[in-house]
Write a protein that binds this ligand. Structure first.
Ligand code: ADP
Length: 514
């Protein structure tokens, strides 16, 4: 455009040279030029430097040689040998002359008034063009900085959406999603396109929207924040406990633009709280059972200890006066008490040890385990004439030492709790169930009344007097503890006088407790 204007100036004035020249402190510089090669000249030589001093008029030099301001100017004396000069100042909108539109000839010359007016018109056009360009550049710069700001905003938003752990959604007045973050997409297993642009009702389902969300969104749209806590099923995450908050988003002038829905996953927190509650309950239960344990223990210990103390006292008193037979009887009482105390302490130790024992599983042949027990109980079997039959040809994963304790207790009880005069007959059987192995120990003993069956597995629970059947009442409690440790269950089926069948089920899988 500036080149065209220079061309027009040359044509209008009929000169071989025309310039659009800008003047600064040291030089004039040619924005556009016709008929010269130079790009700039020092300000001292510049005709234009003179022209701009009279901003509202065209400087005309008809013959430079005759003008004392220019007669010795190198541009006059040498190339381009200027003789004629006409320069119309370019004045900015602020009234500042910054250069000229000028026509130059190597011949002396004069311009008609219409040519001078045309030159002025061209310089005004140049001034306007400058203004337009400046405005365009400013505008562009503004647009660029706005774009940069928006890009930065988008980056921040992106960081926020990628990094944020909470589910965030922005919903407008039509209940339509305008934005959701990455967590939202993750939990809902949907792409952003499957959510943004759709309504909350479409995405979250009609029922949930109307029964729950709409009320809170409406509140937020009216400017009020709200929240609730609920369990929600997320396709990408399963059932989670969530704290859902609704907050109005406002423009600078306070109008509500929409609602931010923030869903904070508190499932882990809820789990931890539940775990803590469970631990407290377990601890309370343990403390209670320990108190009970100590009470029962002191109660059960007292009997043999009393026996020992009392009869050893009597023995000492009667040592010199008592008959041999009397003394022997007292000594036997003392011995009996000591034996019971030892048995009690042995069982107790066995039971207490379980507390810290881990289940070490290995493949165990049940029959071999039973055979081992039968050999351990050899004395009692021989003494009572007991018959033990084993039909347990199964192998299972369990702790052989612990399971042996269980089987030994059950068989020993079967031998012990027989009606006077009858021979104990015990049958050990095993069969596979879909996810467990069921082992039964059946006897032909005295049986157990239904109302007592559940309590037998408690510590120190005995149904009989010691004079009828020996024992400390810890065997079945130990059995239950061991079976619990294996993640199994234990019970009894029995009728008084018709024998008992103790059963236990051990899971085949790894579902055990240490
Ligand atoms: P203990 O054998 O030392 O008495 P247990 O814990 O093994 O202790 O058994 C608790 C009680 O359960 C026994 O005292 C007895 O009354 C009853 N019991 C256990 N096994 C049998 C059985 N096979 N037949 C009848 N009663 C039984």
């Amino acid at each position: 455009m500036f080149d065209d204007i220079a061309e027009l100036a040359a044509q209008i004035c009929g000169t071989p040279i025309a310039l659009i020249s800008l003047v600064d402190a040291d030089r004039q510089w040619f924005k556009a030029k016709v008929g010269v090669d130079a790009q700039e000249t020092p300000r001292e030589m510049a005709f234009c430097a003179h022209a701009i001093l009279q901003a509202d008029d065209v400087l005309v030099v008809n013959n430079a040689l005759e003008d004392e301001r220019f007669a010795t100017n190198p541009l006059v004396l040498n190339n381009p040998n200027i003789r004629f000069y006409a320069g119309a100042p370019i004045v900015t909108a602020e009234g500042l002359p910054v250069g000229t539109v000028c026509a130059i000839d190597r011949q002396p010359k004069a311009l008609a008034p219409h040519q001078l007016r045309a030159l002025q018109a061209l310089s005004r056009q140049v001034s306007r063009l400058f203004a337009f360009r400046r405005a365009a550049i400013d505008h562009l710069a503004q647009a660029e900085s706005a774009l940069r700001a928006r890009e930065q905003e988008a980056e921040r938003l992106m960081a926020f959406t990628v990094m944020d752990l909470d589910l965030k959604a922005f919903v407008n007045h039509d209940y339509r999603y305008l934005a959701v973050n990455a967590a939202y997409q993750r939990y809902w297993k949907r792409d952003v396109e499957q959510i943004v642009g759709r309504t909350v009702e479409e995405v979250r389902g009609r029922d949930h929207f109307h029964s729950r969300l709409k009320r809170h969104i409406d509140l937020a749209l009216s400017g009020e924040a709200s929240s609730f806590e609920a369990d929600s099923l997320y396709p990408g995450k399963g059932m989670r406990r969530m704290q859902v908050r609704f907050a109005p988003v406002r423009t600078a002038d306070g109008a509500v633009l929409g609602v931010v829905i923030d869903e904070h996953d508190i499932q882990d927190l809820a789990d931890a709280a539940q775990k803590l509650r469970d631990t407290i309950t377990a601890l309370e239960k343990k403390t209670l059972s320990q108190q009970k344990f100590i009470y029962m223990l002191s109660h059960d210990l007292r009997e043999p200890v009393n026996t020992i103390v009392n009869f050893s006292g009597v023995l000492r008193q009667r040592l010199s006066t008592g008959t041999q037979a009397e003394l022997l009887r007292f000594a036997e009482f003392v011995h009996g008490g000591g034996t019971r105390l030892k048995a009690l302490l042995d069982d107790l130790l066995e039971y207490v040890r379980l507390e810290h024992q881990a289940v070490r599983r290995e493949s165990v042949k049940l029959c071999e385990l039973v055979e081992g027990v039968v050999s351990d109980l050899g004395d009692a079997i021989e003494r009572t004439g007991a018959q033990i039959e084993c039909d347990a040809h199964l192998e299972l994963q369990c702790d052989p030492h612990l399971l042996r304790v269980v089987i030994q207790n059950l068989i020993a009880n079967g031998i012990k709790f027989v009606s006077p005069g009858s021979l104990p007959r015990i049958k050990v059987m095993a069969r596979s169930l879909p996810s467990s192995v069921r082992l039964t120990v059946q006897d032909n003993g005295i049986g157990i009344a239904p109302e007592h069956q559940a309590e037998l597995f408690q510590l120190f629970k005995r149904l009989h007097h010691r004079k009828d059947y020996e024992g400390v009442g810890m065997g079945l409690a130990t059995c239950r503890r061991i079976i619990d440790m294996h993640g199994g269950s234990i019970g009894v089926e029995s009728e008084p006088g018709k024998g008992s069948t103790f059963w236990l089920e051990l899971p085949i899988g790894e579902g055990s407790h240490a």
